[in-house]
Design a protein around this ligand. Sequence first.
Ligand SMILES: O=C(O)CCC(=O)C(=O)O
Ligand SMILES: [Fe+2]
Length: 265
Amino acid sequence: MKIGKIVSNLKLVEVTCQETINSIRADVHKHKLLIFKNQGVVSGDKHVEISKWFGDLESTFYKHPKSPHPDVFRVSNDESEGCTRVGRTGWHIDGSFMALPFSYSIYHMVSIPKNGDTAFVSLSDLIDSLSPEKRALWERLWMVSDRREQMDKPLIYSHPVTRAPTLCFHLGMTEGFLMDKGTEEERYTSEGETMKILKDIHQEIVKDNRRLIYSHKWEEGDFIISDNLAVGHEATPETQYPVSEVGLRILHRTTIKGTAFPSKS
Ligand SMILES: O=C(O)CCC(=O)C(=O)O
Ligand SMILES: [Fe+2]
């Protein structure tokens, strides 16, 4: 597997020991994704309780009436069951529009469709795979989000915990980029340049027949804890297929407040 580790011998709802929690936290940073198998159906309350191991929850999303808990984002392919079209505007990290992007995203699929993967990419692997010229160009860019806190963030920066290079990005929610911030050459990219850069980031992620991508095919009882700052993700097109074709898809997600401003130094 390119990214992530499968854990099949641990029931999260039964964990109470602080030492186990600490080792799970360390493993999330080591593997970027921990995929816990056979967790059964984790209730909204339990999902939130587990999420609190990682920090304070931050819930910026639309609260769907069927959500089991105000801190659980409910995503579906049926709008009467949850929010649709989530994660379909392009590769991203969650909360890229926040001054402090979310530190963890925690996913649990409660109704499994026949088809409808979530695709993940390790952002340090992505950066390592760039040509020196491309890396140098990306190093000069700051992301300007299209909403909320208009604080620009370096496209490439060091992960606050692991210090590995990572990206702050959202291919569907970017107004533009600030180039050469803090220098005499500082300027905003034109619309054309912005489109070109966004397309290029997409291309780098999917290049070589999607070699860098891990596409997770959800199975009953799956519970995924992601180091949101270290992985990009995207909902695959199949996530929006109608219930009549793939069955009902319901994903529960929580997000944990960021603790560090993305910064170059
Ligand atoms: O539906 C999915 O597979 C993922 C959607 C997404 O981007 C999210 O929940 O953050
Ligand atoms: Fe997302």
